[in-house]
Design a protein around this ligand. Structure first.
Ligand SMILES: NC(=O)c1ccc[n+]([C@@H]2O[C@H](COP(=O)([O-])OP(=O)(O)OC[C@H]3O[C@@H](n4cnc5c(N)ncnc54)[C@H](O)[C@@H]3O)[C@@H](O)[C@H]2O)c1
Length: 365
């Protein structure tokens, strides 16, 4: 194993934010960046003092980097992951993993053949409250869990056109197809709590009310049934005129959790063994006892990375999977579990909410 893993980052909007955590991880160094937008590329290179800059992604793959970080438009994630894996690079891909089922088959088959690692960077699985709930579920505090919710309500209409009025990738891939697009932030953590995948989805929408131009209905609801029979409700809305919020909930036989919907809400929890009078308690009261140790006492490296959660731990875990040759935390199968329900929901919504099977990518040839 090399002493230092060299990192190349592609797509310098969101991608620029990965530079700091990789800089603090002692075994990695960002040596190359790439963007088709030369202004963005040169600004980032100057600000962040990175020597190698590329406008051609395939040229960057010829360089001696070990890890490629993809923060490009969603429709490019699968083809660019496949090129990088074929070039012998480890891949961290932004969400979602793919924009079609065909891309998913090709990606999974490429990862299987590859000697390098692939991870989808679903950072909501690393938000402190989602990590805490996962740990409490594993310790049995909720009893048998059977219902969960995830919501992503974020009006991003301002990002659907560029400054010249041309449609951006979000216009086509986030709101240009009528299905439960961009659902991984909502579904990922909830599936991790259940430790299973969705086997069937039913999807319905509200119709288009805010702007006749886009194909995606304003609010989309996707119901996912897991193999054990649990139910997960996902709401995605990137169009309605309102403030944003991200919400999660969980129900089990011995406890329940409700996240926040903004405006001063507190994350709250009720557990039969801890709340004897049937009252809610703030989730924060359970951190001392149940938050994993590294979150309570983050290492120096994490503090230097600028936050104690999210991207740092996610990337640290990925680098460790390379160094120790273990499975990355959100491997290609988890990436499929989080991404594919949203893709197949297109068939359900087109057929009045008909239940649609979700292919199990662990079992494909
Ligand atoms: N995990 C999160 O919380 C989170 C947040 C924001 C965005 N994202 C994801 O990050 C990705 C980027 O989002 P963004 O908001 O930065 O979008 P953006 O449009 O601001 O940035 C994308 C960049 O990719 C560049 N690009 C496009 N095609 C390219 C190519 N072929 N080669 C090299 N560069 C290319 C563009 O010039 C642009 O600079 C998306 O997939 C989005 O889903 C994730």
């Amino acid at each position: 194993m090399k002493d230092e893993l060299k990192v190349g980052i592609v797509g310098l909007g969101r991608g620029a934010g990965f530079i700091r955590p990789f800089t603090t991880i002692t075994e990695t160094k960002v040596t190359a960046i790439c963007d088709v937008d030369e202004n963005r590329l040169n600004n980032a290179a100057q600000q962040l003092n990175i020597e190698k800059r590329f406008t051609d992604y395939e040229k960057m793959l010829e360089d001696d980097i070990d890890i490629v970080v993809l923060a490009t438009p969603e429709n490019l994630h699968a083809p660019q992951s496949i090129s990088a894996l074929n070039a012998g690079k480890h891949v961290v891909s932004e969400v979602t993993a793919a924009t079609s089922i065909e891309q998913c088959y090709e990606l999974v088959r490429t990862v299987r053949k590859s000697k390098t690692k692939y991870m989808m960077a679903e950072n909501s699985c690393y938000s402190p409250s989602n990590v805490l709930i996962k740990n409490m579920v594993r310790k049995g505090l909720f009893g048998e869990i059977y219902f969960g919710e995830g919501e992503y309500v974020h009006n991003v209409k301002s990002l659907h056109h560029d400054s010249k009025g041309n449609p951006t990738w979000r216009y086509y891939w986030q709101v240009g197809i009528n299905r439960c697009n961009y659902a991984t932030h909502s579904l990922g953590p909830v599936l991790q709590w259940f430790d299973e995948r969705a086997v069937t989805v039913c999807c319905l929408g509200t119709g288009v009310h805010t702007d006749p131009e886009h194909a995606m209905e304003d609010t989309i609801l996707m119901l996912c049934k897991t193999a054990s029979g649990a139910l997960i409700k996902i709401r995605i809305d990137m169009l309605s005129n309102r403030p944003p919020n991200t919400y999660y909930s969980l129900q089990g036989t011995k406890g329940c959790y409700e996240g926040t919907r903004g405006f001063g809400d507190k994350q709250k929890i009720w557990l039969a063994d801890y709340c004897k009078n049937g009252e809610w308690k703030p989730l924060a009261e359970f951190e001392k006892e149940f938050m994993p140790e590294r979150w309570k006492n983050p290492p120096e490296e994490a503090l230097k990375a600028g936050n104690v959660g999210g991207e740092y731990f996610e990337l640290r875990d990925f680098v460790d999977s390379i160094l120790h040759d273990t499975n990355p935390p959100m491997d290609v199968y988890a990436a499929m579990d989080f991404t594919v329900p949203g893709l197949v929901s297109e068939e359900s919504i087109a057929n009045g909410g008909m239940p649609v099977q979700v292919p199990n990518f662990r079992e494909i040839d």
